[in-house]
Ligand binder design. Structure first.
Ligand SMILES: C[S@@+](CC[C@H](N)C(=O)[O-])C[C@H]1O[C@@H](n2cnc3c(N)ncnc32)[C@H](O)[C@@H]1O
Length: 340
């Protein structure tokens, strides 16, 4: 017989303890400092310039959380990165995703303290709370924040874009334009997996040189171009496939519909409009990440929100598209695809 316990409630309500421990370890570069080697607690404490009190509690908590391995017990025990940490939290790894959690440490965590205020007022609780102005202007005014934001997006999106490149049939198409393409990762993943595709990553002017550098470093400049666009004011470049990764969820319904209409205009008949998002399930019961992401959009933008595949379908049919479908990608993320 199942016994009712409050364990799940307590674990959920205390979620900030493990989250903050992990975010702080990433922020300190702990997993990068360890790299492929091992250190005693005292060596690790010294390398991170922490107080005596940090050792061994901080490190053993990370062992219990599965982020560090520990060989032996006591002061001579050797700490090393767990397999997961080595793959995703050491900056030397090509699959590093820590940027997203660094941004959580610096931005989302302090903003989420004001979730109550967001729910009561419907207003953003981020940098714009006291200063006002558009969110991207505020984040992008500081070069460090700009780079952190773009690296965070790449970290969290790369797996989804790889899955899109593997699962979607690009054979009928030859050109793709990724709107709000940030560092150009989606375009690079598609170009790498489909040598017949020519892709363009379009974003705001400050993002352009960063994307160019990344694409050149990947040796893909011959098939991946960059374009400057302000999608709120400009028409979208013409292409067989128009993609938007985590773009529509940043905006209110009116702007979402405006961007969908622009995508429709830019596509030829038969063309595909693909959004990549943590799509909420149609019943709005299961995709916890998608539902919490939507609360994060309240905190970031106020009137912006995530949406379901059914919402997307309805908006796209209104805009003239013939049909749409949902393609699950990695984890809680899906692609929703509308065909002209
Ligand atoms: C949430 S990020 C998504 C980045 C990337 N597509 C992904 O899924 O990882 C939103 C992107 O939209 C871009 N963006 C915001 N406002 C824009 C505008 N008015 N015109 C063009 N790009 C814009 C930002 O610079 C940023 O790269």
């Amino acid at each position: 017989m199942d016994v009712l316990t409050p364990n799940r409630i307590i674990r959920m309500g205390m979620g900030h303890w493990p989250a903050r421990t992990l975010q702080t370890a990433i922020k300190f570069g702990l997993f990068t400092v360890l790299g492929p080697g091992g250190m005693t607690g005292e060596q690790l404490r010294g390398a991170l310039d922490l107080a005596q009190r940090a050792n061994p509690d901080f490190f053993d908590a990370l062992v219990a959380l599965g982020m560090l391995d520990r060989e032996g017990d006591g002061p001579l025990a050797i700490y090393s990165n767990s397999k997961e940490a080595a793959a995703f939290l050491d900056k030397a790894s090509p699959t590093y995703i820590g940027g997203f959690l660094e941004m959580n440490h610096d931005r989302f965590y302090p903003f989420w303290v004001d979730l109550g205020a967001a729910l009561k007022t419907g207003k953003p609780q981020n940098e714009t709370k006291h200063r006002g102005g558009p969110v991207f202007d505020t984040i992008y005014a500081d070069p460090e924040r700009l780079e952190q934001f773009l690296a965070a997006m790449s970290g969290v999106s790369t797996g989804n874009f790889q899955a899109l490149a593997a699962k979607f049939d690009f054979a009928p198409y030859t050109t793709l334009c990724d709107i709000g393409g940030a560092e150009g990762i989606l375009s690079m993943m598609v170009a790498r997996a489909h040598p017949h595709m020519r892709c363009t990553s379009a974003d705001l002017p400050v993002v352009w040189p960063i994307a160019q550098k990344k694409i050149a470093a990947a040796g893909l400049s011959d098939r991946v171009g960059t374009a400057v666009i302000d999608f709120l004011n400009d028409p979208l470049p013409r292409a067989d496939v128009i993609t938007m990764g985590m773009i529509l969820h940043d905006w209110n319904l009116e702007t979402k519909r405006m961007l969908i209409a622009k995508a429709y205009e830019a596509l030829p008949p038969g063309g595909a409009f693909i959004v990549v998002e943590q799509l909420i399930d149609d019943a709005r019961r299961h995709n916890i990440s998608g539902l919490l992401m939507s609360l994060n959009m309240l905190i970031e933008f106020g009137d912006a929100s995530d949406y379901t595949g059914a919402d997307f379908n309805a908006w796209c049919l209104d805009a003239g598209f013939t049909r749409s479908e949902v393609l699950p990608l990695a984890g809680p993320t899906s692609a929703a695809i509308a065909y002209k």
